[in-house]
Ligand binder design. Structure first.
Ligand SMILES: [Zn+2]
Length: 434
C-alpha cells in the first residue's frame, strides 16, 4: 500500500468512529433499518455513487422473516419523525430496507463487490457505569431501551462508508467497477438471498465481506478466510388449543402450553449426528392467558444449525416431525413457519498469501491467520457461494479486536481501532486484486 493511501486512512479515522457511534445510538432490527439506510445512503450520494433503494436493491418476495405490517408501520412512523425524508421512505416502504451503491470508474477492469451488514439485535444494551461500558463513558450508547448493535454491524456499516469514501476520492487512479451491498436483516439469515436474486453478484470477479470480532484477538490480527459457516433454519411455531375453566371443566380444554413445553424438551433431545456438528435452540416460548385458564395458545421461536446444509436439513426435518407429533399428543393444532435460512460455506485457499502481499507495508495489519472456524451462521454464505459458483474469487475476513463481552451480549463492545485495520484490509485487497 502506498504511503499516500495509508495516510489517507488516518485522515478518515475520525469519520469512521463518528459513523460507528451515530449508528450505535440508533439500532434497528432487520427490515426496519430505515434510519440506518438513510444515513448510509445520504453519505454515499455525496460521494457520487449511484444508489439503488427498496425493490431496486432486492427481490421483495425473497425476503424472509419480514416483521408484521403493524411493526413496519410503527417503524416507518418513527423514521419519519426522526428525519428520514418522505421520498426515501416511500421507496423503502413495507420493509424494503438496505441499499446497493455502484461506482463505475469508466476504465476497463475487475468488478469488485463488497458487502456490509447493517442490522441490530433485540437486546437492551446494558448501560452499566461509565467505567465498565465504553459506549456509556463516551455517551453513544443505544437510544432505544430494547435494541442494541451487539454484533458489530454498526462498525461494518462504518467501514463500508470508509471504503466508499476511498473509492470515490481515488476513482481517477482506480479501474473497473465497484458494487457495495449494504445488506439488511443479516441476523436470522433473512436478507442476503433477496439481494443475490436481484443479480448484483452474477458477474463479479472479486467478492469481499467480513466480521469484526467473533473471538477475542489483538488489533492488527486478521483472518484471511473464515470457514465453518453453519447452515441454519429459523422456525416460528404457534400451537393453538382450546381454553377452558381450569376448575370447572379442565377436561374440555386443549393445552397449548403443555404441547409447546413438551415439544421444546423433545426438540433438545434430537440425537447428535455422526457426520458432523449440529445445534438446536428453542430461544423463546410464550403461552397462556391467565392462572385459571387452560392455555389455548403458545408461540415458540427456535433455530437449528448444521456443519453442512444436509446436516441442518436433518435437524429441521426432525424438529418439524417432533413439533407436529407433540402437538398431536395434546390434541392441539400447530403452525410452523420458516422465517430464515442460511447455507453452508467454506473458506477459499490462497487468501493468506494475497493478503500478506497486499498488506506487506501496512502499519496496521501485523498478523494474517489463514483461517478460523466461525462456528456461527452468516448470511453472506449465499453471496460467497454465488460468486464462486460463477468462477469469481470470494472471501470472508475476520478482523481481530479484544471484546468487552461476547457477541449478542448486553455489554458487547470492541476496540474502535479495528475499524481502521478493516478499512486497510479492504483497500489493500482492492488495490492488489483489481
Ligand atoms: Zn454479526
Amino acid at each position: 500500500m502506498a504511503k499516500e493511501t495509508s495516510d489517507y486512512i488516518s485522515t478518515i479515522s475520525d469519520s469512521l468512529i463518528s459513523w460507528r457511534r451515530q449508528l450505535h445510538q440508533f439500532p434497528e432490527l432487520g427490515w426496519t433499518e430505515y434510519e440506518t439506510t438513510y444515513l448510509i445512503g445520504k453519505e454515499l450520494s455525496k460521494l457520487g455513487f449511484t444508489l439503488f433503494l427498496g425493490r431496486d436493491a432486492l427481490v421483495s418476495e425473497e425476503r424472509m422473516g419480514v416483521p408484521s405490517k403493524e411493526i413496519l408501520r410503527i417503524s416507518e412512523t418513527r423514521a419519519l419523525k426522526n428525519g428520514v425524508p418522505k421520498d426515501w421512505l416511500s421507496k423503502m416502504e413495507g420493509g424494503h430496507t438496505g441499499l446497493v451503491a455502484t461506482l463505475d470508474t469508466g476504465k476497463a477492469g475487475k468488478h469488485v463487490a463488497l458487502r456490509f451488514d447493517i442490522d441490530a439485535l433485540p437486546i437492551p444494551e446494558n448501560k452499566g457505569s461509565s467505567d465498565d461500558h465504553f459506549p456509556t463513558s463516551q455517551a453513544f450508547s443505544s437510544k432505544s431501551p430494547y435494541l442494541m448493535h451487539a454484533c458489530g454491524h454498526d462498525g461494518h456499516a462504518a467501514i463500508g462508508l470508509g471504503v466508499a469514501t476511498y473509492l470515490s476520492t481515488f476513482q481517477e487512479e482506480l479501474s473497473g467497477t465497484f458494487t457495495m451491498l449494504f445488506q439488511p436483516a443479516e441476523e436470522g439469515s433473512r436478507g442476503a438471498k433477496a439481494m443475490v436474486e436481484k443479480g448484483w453478484l452474477d458477474e463479479v470477479d472479486v467478492f469481499l465481506s467480513g466480521h469484526i470480532g467473533i473471538t477475542p484477538m489483538q488489533i492488527g490480527e486478521v483472518v484471511a478466510s473464515a470457514h465453518g459457516f453453519l447452515a441454519t433454519s429459523k422456525l416460528d411455531v404457534s400451537f393453538n388449543g382450546k381454553s377452558a375453566h381450569a376448575g370447572v371443566e379442565p377436561q374440555e380444554g386443549r393445552n397449548a402450553l403443555l404441547a409447546a413445553a413438551a415439544a421444546s424438551l423433545h426438540l433438545h433431545g434430537i440425537p447428535r449426528h455422526s457426520d458432523g456438528e449440529t445445534r438446536i435452540n428453542v430461544g423463546t416460548l410464550q403461552a397462556g392467558s391467565g392462572r385459571n385458564v387452560i392455555p389455548d395458545y403458545a408461540e415458540m421461536s427456535l433455530e437449528t444449525r448444521g456443519e453442512t446444509s444436509i446436516l441442518n436439513q436433518f435437524m429441521e426435518d426432525e424438529a418439524i416431525r417432533i413439533i407436529q407429533q407433540t402437538a398431536g399428543i395434546y390434541g392441539v393444532e400447530c403452525d410452523i413457519r420458516l422465517v430464515g435460512k442460511g447455507i453452508e460455506a467454506s473458506s477459499e485457499l490462497g487468501w493468506k498469501e494475497i493478503l500478506e502481499n497486499a498488506t506487506r507495508s501496512s502499519k496496521r495489519v501485523n498478523k494474517i491467520i489463514e483461517t478460523f472456524p466461525l462456528k456461527a451462521s452468516e448470511d453472506a454464505a449465499y453471496m460467497l457461494n454465488h460468486v464462486r459458483d460463477r468462477g469469481g474469487k470470494a472471501t470472508y475476513f475476520i478482523f481481530g479486536t479484544p471484546l468487552a463481552a461476547g457477541h449478542h451480549h448486553p455489554l458487547f463492545d470492541y476496540d474502535e481501532k479495528v475499524l481502521e485495520v478493516a478499512l486497510d484490509v479492504y483497500i489493500s485487497s482492492i488495490l492488489s486484486l483489481s
